[in-house]
Design a protein around this ligand. Sequence first.
Ligand SMILES: [Zn+2]
Length: 196
Amino acid sequence: MAPPMSAARFLDILRNEGVTVVEVGDWEHHHRNHRGPWGPVHGVMIHHTVTSGAEATVRICRDGYAGLPGPLCHGVITKDGRVHLVGYGRANHAGLGDDDVLKAVVAERALPPDNEANTDGNRHFYGFECENLGDGEDPWPEAQLDAVERVSAAICRHHRWTERSVIGHLEWQPGKTDPKGFTMAAMRERIRDRLN
Ligand SMILES: [Zn+2]
């Protein structure tokens, strides 16, 4: 458990991890804090967008769409590996998930199956949306996977978390499939190796 870091610190730790950051508009003050709590934070959640094209993907994640106002995450990881910061604070990315999963993330234990949607995830997770169609065929370029690894490691380093604090949306909320095209187990190994 930890209070969220400041937006300025967030920017610093990403750059220090070698991430190519793009600041989008007034990202530091774009959030949903008026609609609910932000923090304490317990982990990092990875998503895919089901969109293609960097520009459209970043715009949707910043603005949201009818029925789901933005920001839809904190950082958008496009296929070129750049990380576009679109918001900071509470963001509409995690929705309701499983309290048993949250307990496992807090304890950094192996994850149980996600079979309940009873807990507000937007409060507790940093979120990254990755530009991918999510059909299992759209490729994940190495530059993009490298950025997923780096942003996750940077946050874990700051909070003194292990790779077990990084989960996929599909491990949080019943019915979700993202990210699809690589496994979170393999990504956690990469993050573990980077942290060691
Ligand atoms: Zn998702």
